[in-house]
Write a protein that binds this ligand. Structure first.
Ligand code: ZN
Length: 466
């Protein structure tokens, strides 16, 4: 088939050229993202094909279990008799969002081979969605496409995403402080938890290792230990500390689990582990984690990603990163469906740590989509016609590229000039376990996505979308 492929800052643009292209048809665009999450190993993926799935446990390498008996995987049972894809257990599958790419490519081939009427159809396969919708934010609706409406294939099968979070990140910088050189034993302190996509924390059984951090830091302060490094995120935090005397090591060794909020993780590991890694260490700098303690302590438990679902927003400390100059930054996610709610969360973290830096990340597209009710109705109908039963108008507990296109890049992060908007929706395509080694992808969801795209294309031809 014939395409024009262009490499734009946003990603790959594929424009369908066929002999039967009709310039009078309303221009539309389809989207999916090229990158996969790096929350789990994502290189060297080996795909396993499970045909005629009958609701059984799928046992993969490394004792990875994919089963409808597991919390958050119940829906797997609804794909009986179908073909399911998983990885071999050592990596994620990457159906997020290779499933979207496969569906859209199949759609393009179909309209070519079957001479389906179509107008200007632009496909955007974007870069860096997982790191914060970076590619989509670079799409310029003035120059990159004439599309009037956009259709992104991502997120959960059966869902039509018309509502999403408003999002901001809050950042605490912890400078490395010079101290007079000290010697002692090097101790690794590990805080264990269980990571999930934070938006699905409650549903997927997230255990937040940050909850024990204030207590651990208190213990380390009592032991007069020097923190020389801190890294990790929700699922696991690691501190490297220098302990200066035999007594303080005894203090650490005597710590009882009752001091900690989390008693154990899913794997039965202790929530906090201390391990002496060297008997002779020196430190000439350390980190003061006072601001981290203030922030974590200020977040009500019921406002954490672990405890929120549906349309509740959350505040969730997310990860530590280290800069070349040794400054460590803690990034905290602020999420709320309502702008007022997000502002309240910004107020909460600022009250706890006055010099916290806040950066807006993305906004809810629901308000803009209200101006295009015909779009949502048309897509819902297209999905039903394609065989998707009980289309669920979903409040997506995350952001997605359709939100970026709807609001137009110019109104996003740090770009004050309002630009042309491309009202867009997100059409679900994925199975479950995204971003983990347990990810699974039903073939039927991809096939239905192809039919949905064909139905949408027909609506553009009939001008039902205008
Ligand atoms: Zn995705």
């Amino acid at each position: 088939m014939e395409y024009q492929v262009d490499f734009l800052p946003a990603g790959l643009r594929i424009r369908a050229y066929t002999t039967h292209k009709d310039e009078n048809i309303v221009p539309i665009m389809f989207g999916a993202h090229l990158d996969t999450s790096d929350d789990a190993p994502n290189k060297g993926v080996e795909v396993l094909v499970h045909e005629n799935y009958q609701g059984q446990d799928l046992r993969l390498q490394n004792e990875v279990l994919v089963s409808p008996r597991l919390k958050g995987f119940e829906k797997l049972d609804t794909y009986r008799g179908e073909t399911i894809f998983t990885s071999n257990g050592t990596t994620l599958l990457g159906g997020d969002d290779k499933a979207g790419i496969a569906a859209i490519m199949t759609f393009l081939e179909y309209i070519q081979v079957n001479k389906e009427a179509h107008g200007e159809v632009d496909v955007f396969f974007t870069y860096d969605e997982e790191t914060g919708l970076d590619g989509a934010c670079l799409l310029n609706p003035e120059t990159d496409t004439k599309a009037k409406y956009g259709f992104v294939f991502d997120n959960e099968d059966g869902q039509l995403g018309v509502d999403s979070f408003n999002a901001a990140g809050a950042y605490i910088d912890i400078q490395r402080e010079q101290i007079s050189e000290r010697t002692g034993q090097v101790v690794k302190v590990k805080l264990n938890g269980h990571p999930t996509f934070p938006g699905h924390g409650k549903e997927k059984g997230m255990i937040d290792s940050y909850r024990n951090l204030p207590a651990v830091i208190e213990v380390l302060n009592e032991a007069n230990a020097t923190v020389t490094n801190i890294s990790g995120g929700v699922g696991s935090i690691e501190l490297e500390v220098l302990v200066h005397s035999a007594e303080s090591l005894t203090t650490l060794a005597q710590i009882t689990d009752s001091r900690f909020e989390i008693s154990a993780d899913h794997k039965g590991r202790k929530p906090v582990e201390f391990e002496v890694t060297s008997n002779e260490g020196t430190a000439s700098y350390g980190y003061n984690l006072g601001k981290v303690v203030s922030l974590v302590s200020a977040i009500p438990y019921e406002m954490s990603a672990e405890q929120t679902d549906d349309r509740q927003g959350y505040v969730q400390p997310y990860n530590f990163t280290v800069a070349e100059n040794g400054t460590i930054t803690l990034m905290t996610l602020l999420r709320d469906f309502e702008t007022d709610g997000l502002n309240a969360k910004k107020g909460l973290v600022t009250a706890a740590v006055p010099d916290i830096r806040i950066k807006d990340q993305y906004m809810n597209k629901a308000e803009v989509l209200k101006e295009s009710p015909q779009l949502v109705d048309a897509v819902k109908e297209a999905m039903s016609t394609a065989g998707i039963k009980n289309v669920e108008l979903a409040a997506v507990r995350g952001g997605d590229e359709s939100g970026v296109y709807t609001l137009s890049v110019q109104t996003m992060i740090g770009k004050p000039e309002p630009g042309r908007r491309i009202p867009s929706v997100n059409i679900g395509i994925m199975g479950g376990g995204a971003h983990t080694v347990q990810e699974y992808q039903p073939l039927s969801a991809m096939v239905k996505a192809v039919y949905t795209a064909l139905e949408i294309n027909k609506m553009a031809v009939w001008k039902d979308l205008v």
